[in-house]
Design a protein around this ligand. Structure first.
Ligand code: ISL
Ligand code: CA
Length: 558
């Protein structure tokens, strides 16, 4: 195989605060990551993505950056970071860094200048508007309330799509863009291998920043139609590619809420794509109800299959997918899409099989490889996420029921994936010797890396085998995806057809045995290559799939 390394590789995502604390302050850090590099390499992954490690007052855990060219004190020093990069490269892995340029921290020197007067060269680095005693428009912030914050010093409002400590940069200002490209080149010159671009599809706002009609005073609504995939987004990304990325062998993945497969092609399709791949959100919205971010509804396998099929087929041969079932903003995949009680191990492996056998680059989030489950938080005091805390304050003020709110956070809250990595059965799961910044899941004595590796049913070893299998086959990486059981509400069966032979994947997303039933005929040769059940089981296609069983066969359509 001779394609791009970022197509053939597997990404492992690290949330540094929650990975491993090396100095006993309760916060994961860079030295902690260095200690675990062999562990990560042994999984068979090729690329590490680090959530932001830059200097930050941590209003949003590092997504509010006060210095793009420095490391957050709590995480370590620039020297530690350099050692980390060297350790990654020494193991033949690559490093991609988070690029957060839709906004900075309000403590960034640019913003400190910008807010200080109306006539300084940084004023136009951000988006300021007069307001006549009322916000300039009615857009709602992702993290509650208006996107506008009034600033006394100059008597104007500034825009922030996220918290008020995350003012949006004004991309229309060419100086902002040049400064950002400079900063990107600086990191690339230090040897990094690419960027994960935070909410990159939101950097171009519609001229005039119009309100969404009808305007009801005091009510804020989703304004994304005026800033997601905005009018100049492609100009900016083309310029970024030309000025900061061209001529380098690096990968880019853009976070892209509000993007359909067709829109995705405008970013990742064509001769000279603006980015290599995108994180789509359609799968993550499967269980999202009409009541907003924390309204959780039952999801349907037929919807999951339809969405995956649409992305797989629309991008095939024209763009490149990224495949993830969770990250630091989502609840734990095994709790959300699997059965984290009776079939935790089986369903964790089934979900791994899905991610690793689709076309596109697979992403594994820390702890996914041991089947970590959602946080078991009981009170609001346990939560740390600014999105949840703001939401709680606002909704309690409106008289909402506390238990309802908590059950929403338990289902869909971001802290579910941010509890510390569970390494062993020692106190705090071996994450820290101190008080962790966020509670460790109380199930750490059973669910941890050491216990997994000691088990005959190890999820980690299953990942290793699965990653080996994926890499052994051109078809599993580049082959065409074909859905075989569109209307079956319990099983997900598909083919990957290509020059490396054809593969047939059968997944049972239910607690009861299910026959393999596919539309049309599939012809099989040889044995089942992989199953997530071990033991004296028969795995011919005539054997019903056991609960949450996943199998990979050699096979093709007749
Ligand atoms: O999913 C969303 C839309 O409902 C939002 O959560 C939003 O798209 C997402 O939170 C954006 O995430 C990224 O930018 C945020 C940061 O808090 C997240 O951690 C990051 O992944 C602001 O920088
Ligand atoms: Ca620490």
């Amino acid at each position: 195989m001779t394609g791009a390394w970022w197509k053939e590789g597997v990404v492992y995502q690290i949330y540094p605060r929650s990975f491993l604390d090396s100095n006993g302050d309760g916060i994961g850090d860079l030295k902690g990551i260095i200690k675990k590099l062999d562990y990560i390499r042994d999984l068979g992954v090729d690329i590490l993505w680090l959530n932001p490690v830059y200097a930050s007052p941590n209003d949003d855990n590092g997504y509010d950056i006060s210095d793009y060219q420095d490391i957050m004190n709590e995480l370590g020093t620039m020297k530690d970071w350099e050692n980390l990069l060297a350790g990654i490269h020494a193991r033949d892995m690559r490093l991609i860094m988070d690029l957060v340029v839709n906004h900075t921290s309000d403590e960034h020197p640019w913003f400190l200048e910008s807010r200080s007067s109306k006539d300084n060269m940084y004023r136009d680095y951000y988006i300021w508007r007069p307001g006549d005693g009322r916000e300039p428009n009615n857009w709602v912030s992702y993290f509650s309330g208006s996107v506008w914050e009034y600033e006394e010093i100059t008597g104007e409002y500034y825009l922030h799509l996220f918290t008020k400590k995350q003012p949006d940069l004004n991309w229309e200002n060419p100086r902002v863009r040049e400064d950002i490209y400079d900063m990107m080149r600086w990191w690339l010159n230090k040897g990094i291998d690419g960027f994960r671009m935070d909410v990159i599809t939101m950097i171009s706002k519609a001229p005039g920043l119009p309100s969404v009609e009808p305007v009801i005073p005091g009510v804020y609504v989703d304004g994304s139609r005026y800033y997601a995939n905005g009018p100049r987004i492609h100009d900016y990304l083309k310029e970024m590619k030309r000025k900061a990325l061209a001529g380098r062998d690096v990968m880019t993945v853009g976070e892209a809420p509000n993007v359909s497969p067709e829109t995705a092609l405008s970013y990742v399709g064509g001769e000279d794509p603006e980015m290599d791949m995108l994180f789509q959100f359609e799968l993550m919205d499967l269980d999202r109800g009409p009541g907003g971010r924390f309204d959780s509804i039952p999801w349907k396998l037929t919807d999951m299959k339809r969405i995956i099929e649409k992305w797989q087929t629309t991008l095939h041969g024209k763009g490149w997918n990224s495949n993830y079932l969770m990250n630091h903003d989502q609840s734990r995949a095994v709790s959300r899409f699997g059965n984290d009680r009776e079939y935790r191990v089986e369903s964790a492996k089934l979900l791994a099989t899905l991610t690793m056998t689709l076309e596109g680059t697979p992403y594994v989030y820390q702890g996914e490889e041991i089947g970590m489950t959602n946080a078991a938080f009981e009170t609001i005091e346990d939560y740390r996420d600014v999105e949840i805390l703001n939401h709680y304050r606002e909704h309690i003020r409106q008289g909402k029921n506390e238990d309802d709110l908590l059950s929403g956070y338990r289902a869909r809250g971001r802290d579910n994936s941010r509890t510390p990595m569970q390494w062993d059965s020692s106190p705090n799961g071996g994450f820290t010797s101190a008080n962790p910044w966020i509670k460790v899941n109380p199930n750490y004595p059973e669910i941890n890396v050491a216990a997994d590796l000691a088990s005959d049913y190890s999820i980690i070893r299953f990942y290793r085998n699965l990653i080996k299998l994926r890499k052994s086959s051109e078809s599993l990486i580049y082959g065409r995806f074909q859905l075989l059981d569109r209307d079956n509400p319990h099983t997900f069966c598909y083919l990957r057809e290509g020059r490396g032979g054809d593969y047939f994947i059968a997944l049972n997303f239910s607690d009861t045995p299910r026959e393999i039933e596919v539309d049309g005929k599939v012809e099989f040769s040889g044995e089942c290559l992989l199953s997530n059940y071990t033991g004296p089981y028969s795995t011919t296609v005539d054997d019903p799939l056991r609960p949450w069983e996943a199998r990979v066969y050699q096979g093709r359509r007749k």
